[in-house]
Design a protein around this ligand. Structure first.
Ligand code: ZN
Length: 96
């Protein structure tokens, strides 16, 4: 009689372990699928800064962090540049 109870408990334990393993596995698969499906989206949204802290350099098209960019105020608008060279280029095209 105790053997039957022991085997029942063992079976329940094995099933719960298997369930958790399958759950972890399925979660991993779901995460992998999510990652692979969101990868092209992340690539296409590359042009849109996610944090709002990135600013596009209008000269070379590089995104720079607003904090580390070179700022130039043109016609009341603050424009961010990756380098002083880009800023000078931009200012030069405005002056033309
Ligand atoms: Zn630049």
């Amino acid at each position: 009689m105790f053997r039957v109870i022991f085997y029942l408990l063992l079976t329940v334990a094995v099933i719960s372990v298997l369930k958790s393993i399958v759950g972890i596995f399925l979660r991993g698969v779901a995460r992998a699928m999510k990652a692979s499906s969101s990868a092209p989206g992340a690539r296409s949204s590359n042009q849109v800064p996610l944090t709002g802290e990135l600013k596009k350099d209008p000269v070379c098209g590089t995104y720079i962090a607003a904090a580390s960019s070179i700022k130039e105020t043109v016609a009341g608008q603050t424009i961010h540049f990756c380098s002083a060279q880009c800023r000078d280029k931009y200012v030069a095209t405005l002056a033309r």
